[in-house]
Design a protein around this ligand. Sequence first.
Ligand code: FAD
Length: 173
Amino acid sequence: MFLSRLIYASRATEALSSTDVEQILDASRRNNGRAGVTGILIFSSREFLQCLEGSREAVNQTYARILGDPRHADVQVLDYREVDRRLFPEWGMHALAPAWLTRQRLLRYGERELFAPTRMSAGSALALLEDLARDPEAAATLAPPAAGVAGATTSPAGAILARLRAERPATAR
Ligand code: FAD
């Protein structure tokens, strides 16, 4: 099996409600667990940055589905490569609101203190994701895991969103 990682950025076609995000995470939990795909989805009301990791076939099939989704547009692959290990092995789809991206992080990896992943370089996007993968505080944003991919875990979308709503804004951190 070729273990692959795909990172893309996109823009929401309409401002996202928490219900929209919940539906996306529900589908991700349902499908990614079956396909052995893990990763992270960082979202604001207008922007997405997602990392998908799994077998080459599963990552490509998942991405092809996501690409056709009318809820976002301007989908740009930032990076695609074969990897030795997963950055996010523990999560069917780890979700983070940009409130978790501190001002320092946004400035370190982006042009300004704004979450604008379609304007990030591949190197910056990967460095940001590696940084988050190492951050126990970011991992702790999620509720206790439920069953998922063999050796991996997923979280109920509702619990994720409840936690995300309670987060402090980036400027306060
Ligand atoms: P269902 O969820 O039952 O959906 C059936 C069809 O309806 C699909 O074509 C779907 O695109 C469409 N649809 C559903 N809800 C809406 C809506 N509110 N507005 C418009 N069309 C809608 N899916 C994954 O499996 N894994 C992921 O990691 C993943 N990440 C995503 C990240 C982003 C940023 C977005 C926008 C979507 C993501 N999705 C992901 C969802 C993906 O695009 C598909 O919607 C989903 O995989 C289809 O799941 P399903 O076959 O179970 O169909």
